[in-house]
Design a protein around this ligand. Sequence first.
Ligand code: NAD
Length: 481
Amino acid sequence: MTAETELLIDKALVAGQWRDAERRFPVTDPATGEVLAEVPDLTADDAREAVAAAEAAWPAWRRKTAKERAALLRGWFERIMAHQEGLARLMTREQGKPLAESRGEVAYGASFVEYYAEEAKRVAGETLPGHGADKRILVFREPIGVMAAITPWNFPLAMITRKCAPALAAGCPVVIKPAEATPLTALALARLAEQAGFPAGVINVVTAARPAEIGEVLTTDPRVRKVSFTGSTPVGKRLLAQCAGTVKKASMELGGNAPFIVFDDADLDAAVEGAIASKFRNSGQTCVCTNRLLVQDGIYDAFLDRLATRVAELKVGNGLEEGVIQGPLINRAAVDKVQSHIRDALDRGGRLICGGEPHEHGGTFFQPTVIADVTDEMRVATEETFGPLAPVFRFTDDEQAIAMANATEFGLAAYFYARDYRRIWRVMEGLEYGMVAVNEGILSTELAPFGGVKESGLGREGSRHGLEEYTELKYVCVGGL
Ligand code: NAD
């Protein structure tokens, strides 16, 4: 058996049992259309069973010492990294991203497991001076309880570990509902966790083709104490409303509309490379992908020239092929959205610099595209394209750039390139975003708090802040001393 077939699991995991169902749904390779596997299409009843299993596993799981939980997480991390190549190939086949990016995602996703294996041992409460001579104040940090993770297809592995590693470290069992396009990576991860020795019921994976039915259970069942969602803003709003009925805690990692600002004094080569990495990674299908390039007058033409040259060099193809930089889009709807944004921008006076059409490879492959002279009334100004379209806007001064960057209901990631240190501070402080990258095109790391403001979300993932999302504070007043 090769590493890849060993990782190809076609059953869901509920209460420590690999579960099949009468109804199944296909998982296809977006590069070839090939059906890779059929996985169980579970129902609301299965989801309730998974929640019950997690709830039953909770007392023993929270009683384990932090060090015992850390050892299991460490074992999971080592297994994920030992299977980096097999997991990466599986991910490329079900999701489409180039193999180099998939390998990077396995390492990035695993880094959360490693980090929280360490951080699990440092969950600390506090003792405070009492409010009377005979009183003392104790503050405990306790695990919140069963966590339900609902995750997207664009990062099939990392969005799961970014939620589950801190939850498990804090003492919370999990129920995972992976995206219907990419359940295979989730199931492979669960198999590796099982091999690492996680007890039955601590990790459950509910695969389903009808996410609303499962989402309804996970957001309304009182035994679920926390929902952690990564996905689109409309679905996040709906889930948040559903959580209100049981006053459930929720973390929301939602959509973005990232500006990438290039000032006149920027290092042009570095800015172009940053833009390529930030815009075209994962075919433009990441929440922190640049959605709008804002370029100052004095550097506008030079930047466009250089960008067009670099974009023309991007090799499009099956992510398994050597040298491919851009794979297919996830599905036909994704292609339709990119095309509608291009059409709208060109109809309203945008200038096509390169690309603009479906790629000759057919299917859901699309040409990397650059459109210049984009203005505020075009759809790309306010909507997340989630595809390989780089729209370039022009601006005159710093105040205008900051105003344009902030003119959106989103506030996830923002990027800018400049050299003047006063400008760097002004712009950094003026951007209403949860994350700002200065002279950098990629900012995700397990060491920093990831998350957005405004309609981009609630809560943070990564760093010690990501662990606190899975704990509750308990204040104990000790009197009569
Ligand atoms: P999506 O909202 O369509 O789906 C996300 C998940 O929600 C999937 O598992 C899906 O099955 C499930 N879902 C859909 N409808 C549901 C419902 N009614 N009830 C319960 N679950 C439901 O998003 P997507 O297309 O998979 O992902 C792309 C979006 O995710 C983009 O908007 C992107 O910006 C965002 N995203 C955000 C982050 C972040 O960290 N902020 C990271 C990655 C992706």
